[in-house]
Design a binder for this molecule. Structure first.
Ligand code: PLP
Length: 362
């Protein structure tokens, strides 16, 4: 497509063009009501139908077993950083927080307000490349109420693909930047959560998939809007939900189903990240310092050997129709977020540009 801008933003991030077109087309007149989905009651027949269907589609896509509930919240992943300890543990109890990067650390820091998190570092280095220790080397504590970890560190571009297999432990995963990108075995987890603005839709809605038997009366004075029991009892409608974000997510679920579900998108995601890492590894200018076992398929980070070229790289990439390649300020360098919505053509265009840039300046 000529003049098309490929958006590599880490979040809020690009949406599938088909979803954008659909939302555009029915923006002012949803379900033939003559009004917008933004303007109607969350308790209207049409919106309740959307809620029901969105749960059904998500359940099918991820093969969520019947003994798990799907809850929707506001407040993003950070809201869940507080909600999780408040709902699932007690003030003096131990919890295990696996630290593999910025977001898992932030979750542990927040948990300190409510319980006694053990900060467990699992990242080491081999040949100057970051690698995550295998799970059987994680220093888990016997008495902890749960283990929290982040399978995709959005800023570091570091992923954990190993499936958790801890006996009699509640495993909690922050899937904010990877939910719906690959198959996961829900049964291995007690709770999975994700804010929507990375790989699902737009910011606002937050998804929690939780084993039903974990939803019980909390030991804290939990704000009602973060209380799992209240959310379940009220069909996630205790307070007014983010209509538009919920609606967009529902369109994304349908889009995913249409293109072949998680299996299909996983293949595409692997292919996209593979060609990009392969190019980076072969080049002399670009570098990625993550061991191949732990490279993220969603957020591909790289640095330029000559850092003086950073600003020129960002400027020229923009002129080439490649948007938002700058990584988070705490990490520096570049990051190409290539979530589900990014077509392979976008990645190829990026590689093409990187190659030309290297030839020109290095
Ligand atoms: C973006 C992100 C967060 C923070 O999400 P908010 O919705 O802004 O609270 C937390 N964890 C991960 C892995 C993320 O990518």
């Amino acid at each position: 497509m000529k003049n098309y801008i490929y958006n590599f933003s880490a979040g809020p991030s690009m949406l599938p063009i088909e979803v954008m077109n659909k939302a555009h087309q029915e923006f002012k007149n949803w379900c033939n009501l003559g009004v917008s989905v933004l303007e109607i009651s969350h308790r209207s027949e049409e919106f309740l139908h959307l809620i029901k269907n969105s749960k059904k589609h998500l359940r099918n896509l991820l093969k969520i077993p019947e003994n798990y509930k799907i809850l929707f919240f506001q407040g993003g992943a950070r809201g869940q950083f507080s909600a999780i300890p408040m709902n699932l543990t007690k003030k003096k109890n131990f919890t295990d927080y696996i630290c593999s990067g910025h977001w898992s650390n932030q979750a542990a820091i927040e948990a300190q307000k409510y319980c006694c998190p053990n900060f467990i570092n699992v990242v080491s280095k081999i040949n100057n490349k970051k690698i995550v220790l295998p799970m059987n080397k994680w220093k888990i504590n016997n008495q902890s109420d749960y283990i929290h970890y982040c399978p995709n560190e959005t800023i570091e571009g570091l992923a954990i693909y190993e499936e958790p297999n801890f006996k009699d432990k509640n495993i909690i995963g922050d899937f904010s930047s990877t939910l719906l990108s690959r198959k996961i075995n829900i049964k291995k987890y007690s709770l999975i959560y994700a804010s929507a603005q990375k790989n699902i839709g737009t910011s606002g809605i937050t998804i929690v998939i939780i084993k039903k038997k974990l939803i019980k009366k909390s030991n804290f004075l939990v704000p009602s809007i973060l209380d799992y029991k209240i959310a379940l009892k009220n069909n996630s409608l205790f307070n007014t939900p983010v209509n538009f974000s919920w609606y967009l997510s529902s369109l994304v679920f349908k889009w995913l189903k249409k293109i072949g579900g998680i299996e299909e998108i996983e293949k595409i995601n692997i292919k996209k990240s593979k060609i990009l890492y392969k190019f980076i590894d072969k080049s002399k200018l670009y570098r990625n310092k993550i061991h191949k076992n732990n490279r993220s398929c969603m957020n591909v980070i790289f640095t330029l050997k000559n850092e003086k070229l950073n600003n020129i790289f960002l400027h020229e990439s923009r002129l080439h129709g490649l948007y938002a390649l700058k990584n988070h300020k705490i990490a520096g360098g570049m990051r190409a977020s290539i979530y589900n919505a990014m077509p392979i053509e976008g990645v190829k265009k990026l590689i093409n540009f990187m190659l030309l840039f290297e030839k020109k300046y290095f």
